[in-house]
Ligand binder design. Structure first.
Ligand code: NAD
Length: 440
């Protein structure tokens, strides 16, 4: 691991490679970055662009902006490329996604139009409710990996890119329980040779990225870099990996409220979460196998955060249900309802209703930006393998196999900021603060 001045400089262009570049999240991210670069909008929701970090003692008032404190790539140095199963350029795709208004897209139209997706590696078996024709003709796993690598190599050449990051913003793949082929790198590579049907397209992209020395972050809930084979590959090739499933919307609220209840030792008997959404993501999640992937990711949050085994009287046996309904009139403007049944002093019950009328991709886009910049920082700082300090961004944070994931948003934020302090040789902030009052 490199720290302070040993961190490799963020020089040259940073290539951002996006499977699913024509989707709602990707196009909202791309249009937003360009609008910010042109001074037309603010990067709201992005910690790297808007956030600050406290350093040293409170009376020192040292609170630099994060982007001034750590050596991040500049927005002007980002270059984009990616794959999609639809051939629409990113302007056309953004119009279809219907997240941003035409009046916000038009000022960045030429930039978006220039982003033409490369044909995708796609197998409908993994995304049943989607069919697109803009796919690679190769059929064998190894040929497909080579085709992805060839796309990356020509992108790097064309734009004189010095480093790349790959971030999966494509559809959620069907639920897959990791099996023997995913258990080690050698069995995975054997599986590649034999076109094992349990190797998904996202794994082919990730394999191509990692073997090219490119960090990979997974924005969807399907398993990709969280299988042992990929963890081994990342460690062997000294590349950063992170995942999974962007923490937006209902789960974001859950990881804000849940730690609050737990902090006050309030009990929970049930949490019923339902959503309606009408975008393509919602359509994909109509399929049972894709929904199961999402459900697993959403359900794990409360269980791990509230620790029923540690607090059986407060959290033993609570009911947790998550429902997602595809309802086209809403488009990307998802509505989430949470009915939360808690109890307090002497067991008296109370009820909380949360009705979040959110915009999914508006919440996700700044996370994509932060992940791109922090993954690049990690790679330049030789922080390879699983990037648990980026748990802040994920619904199902990937961590070492012997640990349970940390879901509490506030602990995640502390971990992230302490990691940045550590990287830059600054003191860790423990919030003890006794030395403000006593000689310790
Ligand atoms: N929007 C959010 O708040 C949010 C939060 C968490 C996770 N996610 C996840 O992020 C992903 C993107 O969400 P979205 O709303 O943009 O969905 P979307 O359906 O609008 O976009 C996904 C894009 O991926 C493309 N695609 C599918 N399979 C592909 C493949 N194999 N290769 C290349 N392209 C492929 C689709 O054609 C589509 O354009 C989904 O997996 C979603 O579950 C989104």
């Amino acid at each position: 691991m490199r720290r302070k001045d040993d961190i490799q400089k963020a020089e040259g262009k940073l290539g951002v490679l996006i499977p699913g570049i024509g989707g709602a999240v990707s196009t909202t991210f791309l249009a937003g970055v360009e609008a910010v670069r042109r001074g037309l909008a603010l990067p709201i929701g992005s910690l790297t662009q808007m956030g600050t970090i406290r350093l040293g003692k409170r009376f020192e008032y040292r609170i630099p902006r994060i982007e001034d404190f750590v050596p991040l790539a500049r927005l002007d140095d980002l270059i984009f490329g990616g794959w999609d199963v639809f051939a629409d350029d990113c302007y056309e795709a953004a119009l279809k996604a219907g997240v941003l208004k035409r009046e916000d897209l038009d000022p960045v139209r030429s930039f978006l139009e220039a982003l033409q997706p490369w044909p995708a590696v796609f197998k409908q078996l993994f995304v049943k409710n989607l069919s697109g024709s803009h796919v690679k003709p190769q059929t064998s796993h190894l040929e497909l990996v080579e085709a992805i690598k060839a796309d990356i190599a020509s992108f790097k050449r064309k734009h004189a890119v010095s480093r790349c990051i790959m971030i999966w913003c494509a559809s959620t793949e069907a639920y897959l329980k990791p099996g023997p082929v995913h258990a080690s790198l050698s069995s995975f590579e054997e599986g590649l040779k034999h076109n094992d049907p349990t190797i998904s397209p996202s794994m082919l992209y990730a394999y191509a990225a990692l073997t090219s020395g490119i960090p990979y972050a997974n924005g969807a809930p399907n398993c990709t870099v969280d299988i042992p084979a990929m963890v081994e590959l990342a460690s062997q090739r000294q590349v950063a990996i992170a995942g999974k499933d962007f923490k937006t919307g209902q789960t974001l609220i859950k990881t804000i409220l849940g730690p609050g209840f737990k902090a006050r030792m309030l009990g929970l008997t049930g949490w019923y979460s339902t959503n309606i959404l009408g975008n393509r993501d919602g359509m994909v999640l109509e399929d049972e196998a894709s929904f199961k992937t999402k459900e697993e990711s959403k359900l794990s949050v409360l269980e791990t955060m509230l620790q029923p085994d540690v607090y059986p009287k407060l959290y033993g046996g609570f009911h947790h249900k998550v429902v997602i309904s595809y309802y086209p009139p809403r488009g990307d403007e998802k509505e989430g309802w949470d009915a939360i049944d808690i109890f307090g002093w002497l067991g008296y019950p109370m009820h909380i209703k949360v009705n979040f009328l959110c915009r999914d991709s508006i919440l996700a886009a700044p996370l994509v930006l932060d992940l791109v910049l922090f993954m690049d920082l990690a790679q330049r700082a030789a922080m390879t393998g699983i990037q648990e300090w980026l748990s802040f961004y994920f619904k199902s944070p990937q961590c070492a196999p012997n640990l349970y994931p940390e879901h509490d948003l506030f602990i995640q934020l502390k971990k992230l900021k302490n990691t940045l302090r550590y990287l830059m040789g600054e003191e860790q902030i423990t919030h003890l603060g006794l030395d403000y009052y006593y000689k310790v």
